[in-house]
Design a binder for this molecule. Sequence first.
Ligand SMILES: Cc1cc2nc3c(=O)[nH]c(=O)nc-3n(C[C@H](O)[C@H](O)[C@H](O)COP(=O)(O)OP(=O)(O)OC[C@H]3O[C@@H](n4cnc5c(N)ncnc54)[C@H](O)[C@@H]3O)c2cc1C
Length: 396
Amino acid sequence: MQNMNVYSDKKHCSGCSGCYNICPKECIEMQQDEEGFLYPRIDEKKCIKCNLCSKVCPYNNDNEDNDIEKPKAFACIHKDIEVVKKSTSGGAFTAIAESICKEEYVIFGAALNENVRVVHKYIADIKDIDLFRSSKYVQSDISKSLKDVKTFLDKGKKVIFTGTPCQIAGIKSFLRKDYENLITIDLVCHGVPSPLVFEKYKEYMEKIHNSRIKHVNFRDKTKKWDEHNMTIKFENGAIYTKRGVDDAFEVGFYKHLYHRPSCHQCPFSRIPRVGDFTLGDLWGIDDIIPQINDKKGISLLLFNTKKSEAFVKEIKERAKLIEINLNDAVANNKNLIKCTEESPNRIEFMNDMQIMKYSQLKEKYLKPRPLSFRIVSKVLNKKTKVKIKKMLGMKK
Ligand SMILES: Cc1cc2nc3c(=O)[nH]c(=O)nc-3n(C[C@H](O)[C@H](O)[C@H](O)COP(=O)(O)OP(=O)(O)OC[C@H]3O[C@@H](n4cnc5c(N)ncnc54)[C@H](O)[C@@H]3O)c2cc1C
């Protein structure tokens, strides 16, 4: 069997799986590479050269601009505190889903499966929404979801599709036409980490705790919203919980050591956004509207299209919505308009991953920053940090 690629450069393939879902001969497979990311491979013997794979690739299609010029930005907090507790930020995702799902809807989102892997799934009952709540800092496997979305849409079913901006660009490009019955929600995205690195982290944690992992929460808010706590529950009843700055997997995530290569040239980290709605954490809340910061989590919610604006009233029934200046949101959340820079150690990390045990990787790359560094970092304001980085040549 001779294999060909759909993409010319890994930086131009986000793994959206549009090509895999569209192929009429099913001759495209999504194969994991040595870094742990899925890429399409064409079986040349079965390929009929219809070129559909290339046509649906979002890197070959310009996404049309949205029908409103500038999105409206809001601070959003769900009125039910139990929802806020279970959500990553302020529960905006639940508020949107509940507002739209007054009618029958199918919702697609990222869930942890029975093997604690991140995969896209759908639910047909809003009662199951907990499956999607909470950000999973690993690239989710889209699998055949795009075909399922199309089947539902063509039957006239209403569909909500949530995902990273590249996944939203993927579904829109795959469908190749607008569907009135589709609502898309993109996330402000820092980049998606490698599923293989996550597997190695889990294996390591299972060995230490002598038990299989039952559940992972990458953003446990029991203690604090902005500490990015990692909490893992094991089958033997053990519970591991650490602040993001002290947990090896999250340290690597925030150092950008193992994002997908395309994340560092992401064309979808921009305004206009790709989705009807955009969700994120409202970072910088104390500079924007400190009076509403109850420290339990606040979402940033953008209404990017007329379709999304039609739900403002319904969302207001379920969540506190306070309009803010879009520029303030952008100033505190750069991933709204630009992608994350690649770590200078990324390639070395990925090479070492082929030969080192996780404990060795942890020792070499994933140690928490020293306390002194963290204290200084907390004290310095953003402008001073930028100046210091420029002086040290770390930033142009
Ligand atoms: C990989 C990743 C990076 C992110 N980076 C940033 C950032 O830099 N800045 C920022 O402000 N916000 C970021 N977010 C978004 C943020 O963490 C919250 O998802 C957002 O604030 C919504 O919160 P909520 O309370 O409304 O959502 P919740 O109710 O917690 O819902 C989470 C939503 O995210 C979706 N989701 C979860 N994990 C994934 C995944 N792996 N892939 C695709 N979709 C997923 C779910 O389907 C659900 O729709 C990121 C999210 C992810 C998954």
